[in-house]
Design a protein around this ligand. Sequence first.
Ligand code: H79
Length: 431
Amino acid sequence: MTDTTWFNADRFGMFIHWGLYTKPAGVWKGKKIARNYSEWLQASEQIPRQEYRRLADEFNPSHFDADAWISEARSAGMRYFLITAKHHDGFCLWPTKFSDYNVVDATPFKRDILGELATACRKYGIKLGFYYSHWMDWDGTGGDVWYDEDRTGCEGAHCSEYQHPSQGEFESYWQNKCLPQIRELIQNYDPRFFWFDSWGKDSSTYMTTARQEELISLIRTHSKECLINSRINFESPSDNCDYLSMMDNCFPDRTFSKPWETSGTLNHSWAYHQLDFNWKPTEQLIKYLVGNASLGGNYQLNVGPMPDGRFEAAAIRRLREIGCWMDVNGESIYGTAASTLPTQSFGKVTMRKEKTHTTFYLHLWDISPDADIFVEGIEAKRVEAHVLESGQPVKTTITAGGIRLSIPKDIAGLNMPVIKVESYQSCGDLS
Ligand code: H79
C-alpha cells in the first residue's frame, strides 16, 4: 500500500471540473438542460457525437492562468489539487498520444493545460492529482454511456449512438485508451493521486475485479507514491485502493479504517452552470471541512471555472473567506486526527496526540458566548485552554466525566471560533 500520510495531514483540496461542456454551461439550443450537472450536457441532451465534438472549435479560454488557480487554492488553505483530465465526454485536457480529441490537437487554444497546472503546483507546493473517467467515455471508443429510455433528446428519442458497449468493445477502449492514458498521465505529470469515478451497478459490469486490479497494478508499476481512490468501483472497491471516496456531496457520520474524503460542490453543478445560483454559504462549507476532519476525513471542494478560464466572483469570495478562517484556525485541521471523545452538543472536535499531552480543538458551532460549555470525555489532571485565533485564555474546571469551559463574551461575533485545549495527565508544569 502506498504511503497516505500526506493525504491525511493535508485534509483540504481543490477539485476542478472544466472542459467542452463549460461554454454551453447548462444551456443547449436556448433551453436549460434536463440534468442539473452542466458536465452532463452530452448525455442529458443525447447530443450526437459529431455535433458535441464541434464544441472543441470554440474552446479558447483566453484568461486561463494556471498560476492564478493554484495560488487561489493555496490561499484558501488547500494543499492539493485535482482536475478533470478526462471527464465522461472523453475530451482530454492534455496532448495525449492516444486520442486526437484533446486540447492541443482539437481546439484553437492548443496549450497543455495539465502541464501548465503541474508547473504551478510545483511552484506553490501543492500536490497534483487527476480525475479520470475510466468507466464512462461517451466519445464512441468503447467506454460506457448513459441514457434514459424515458427521455427525449436527439430530436425526440434517445440517440441510437448511445448503447452500452459489449465487453469486447469495452476491452478495446480499456486497452487502447484508458490504460495507455493513465500511464501517459503518470509519465508526463507524475501525479500524487488519481480520482476515478463510478457509482451504481452499471459500473460493476465493466469494472470487474480483473480490470480494477489491472489498473491498480499499472499505476503501481509506474509510480511509487500515486494514491488511488475507491470509486474505481463504488460498489465493490478493491482492497488495494488507498483511500475511500464518499458519494458526491455525502458527509458521513462515522469514521473509516482507511483515509477518506468527500468531494463536494460550491453550488449544485460541478462544471460552471450559468443558471445555477444555489451557492452554499461559507459557514456551511467550513462546517463540511471541520465535520469531516473531526471524523478523520478530507474535503475536496469543487470549482467550475468559467469559459474564459477565470473563477466566478461567488467562488472566489467563498474560497477567500475559507482561507481567512484557515489562516487563523488551520492548526485545528492540518495533521489532526478524528476525535475520540463522545459526540458533543456545541460542535465538533479534532485532536492531536503530542509527546507530553493531548491537544483538542473545539469547534464551537452552537454556543451562546458568556456561557459555560461542558466537554464530555476529556480526562485530565491539568488543562490549559485558549481561543485559537486570539490567544485569549479560557477558564477551565475539571469535573467528573469531562471539563467545563467558561466561554469569554469577546468571541461573541467571531465566525466559528475554535478553542484549543491542552490536556495533561500529570499536574507538573508546562514544559
Ligand atoms: O464529476 C462529477 C459528476 O459529473 C459525477 N461525479 C462528480 C464528481 C457524477 N455524476 N453523476 N453521478 C456522479 C452519480 C449520479 C448519476 C445519476 Fe444522473 C443520477 C445518473 C442518473 C441519475 C445525474 C443526473 C447524472 C445524470 C442524471
